[in-house]
Design a protein around this ligand. Sequence first.
Ligand SMILES: Nc1ncnc2c1ncn2[C@@H]1O[C@H](COP(=O)(O)OP(=O)(O)OP(=O)(O)O)[C@@H](O)[C@H]1O
Length: 448
Amino acid sequence: MNSIWNRALDKLKTKISEQNYSTWITPINPVKLSGNQFYVEVPNKFIKDWINDNYKNEIEKTLSELGKDEYILEIKINKTIQKETKKTEENEVIPIVKEKNKINNKKENIPNLNPKYTFDTFVAGTSNQFAHAAAMAVANNPATTYNPLFIYGGVGLGKTHLINAIGNEIYKKDKNTKICYYSSEKFTNELINSLRHAKMNEFRNKFRSIDILLIDDIQFIAGKKSTQEEFFHTFNALYESHKQIIVTSDKFPKEIPDLEERLRSRFEWGLIADIQAPDTETKQAILNMKADQNNIILSEDVIYFLANSISNNVRELEGYLIRIGAYASLTSTPITIQMAKKILKDILIENSKEITVEKIQKTVAEHFQIKTSELKSSKRLKNIVFPRQVAMYISRNLTSLSYPEIGTKFGGKDHSTIIHAIKKIEKNMKEDIYIKTIIEKLIENLSI
Ligand SMILES: Nc1ncnc2c1ncn2[C@@H]1O[C@H](COP(=O)(O)OP(=O)(O)OP(=O)(O)O)[C@@H](O)[C@H]1O
């Protein structure tokens, strides 16, 4: 039995990440093989449930591959395994003393926040105005009105930035405040380790002595029963002692699957603020700020092009900007629209897959209440020429088609007609804020 188990362990090592292997597989003790039942023991219920949910099939498959039978894993709890682990720790006097010294160190109160994520470096716009204002209110008066503060929004839209900004602002005002920033994954891992090493009291005391608890990406506790249970108690203890709790999520509380009702309702006790995808203007302001921070020189037209052509995900936007900046610096070339298009070719093609000239024509025609066929015609009426030029301008910005290709889509127009239309619209947009707003809105609607 031991030989098959050891061979299974060797195989599992290659299938499971090192960290997960040492957390979940190492504590398993093989006990008995009876028929095709493979009995093993683990130190506690938490580990048992986790293995059942996540590794049982893989372990059974691996055992079956090595033996003659289809094995069934039977997991039992044996608390003495836990005691043995505890005993070993008690013997390790020196590391524990060192750990204590570390905790008593003066740096104890320095929060584990990202110092770059502050309110100063966060661009507020219509898409995130509410969340930004709520975050400022909490930072100025923690644990008063908005507790908990629940910030939700799509991927890469600034939730982590904002939650860190709250922590940084509170710390700036009062260095004695005990602020803890945790991803929900880190919270779960600490909980698991505390359970494994029988240090739950330490875990509870640590969390319950915090003044400001920031938990990022809470949606990841979905389906994790023990984590939710512990978080629920932490939440109650903090809330009852008037400590501020702030969580972020990519979903509204009601939309988080497998979240216990009692936690869901607690998230709804305070204030729920959302962050939407940024509009063009906010994207431009963010690009401007990120370009400054990274010493990248960008002209207004490149910023406008980038804000209109690529992702609404700010993290991606930032990544593309860095890529363009790196190319410019390594090749000593100035950043132009052409250069940006070249560097981001694949992304632009990917993004433009959905946006076709036909779709642009339909959207523009609907907006100006004319027929699509009129956009492709040669009619010189003012109420048709202008929408046609707008559609040509947007086609050039949102698709990767060349001037002649766009010309063909507009009833076989010459490439010079397209260039003329684009120049005309660019000029109009510079001179007339009303026209600029209409076109940006059309682009925004097409990009969603
Ligand atoms: N309004 C903004 N102003 C300045 N920077 C922003 C803004 N929104 C997002 N960012 C930047 O975009 C990047 C991604 O933001 P962040 O990590 O906060 O997103 P998130 O919503 O937490 O994403 P995820 O859902 O993946 O956790 C960060 O570098 C952040 O500074």
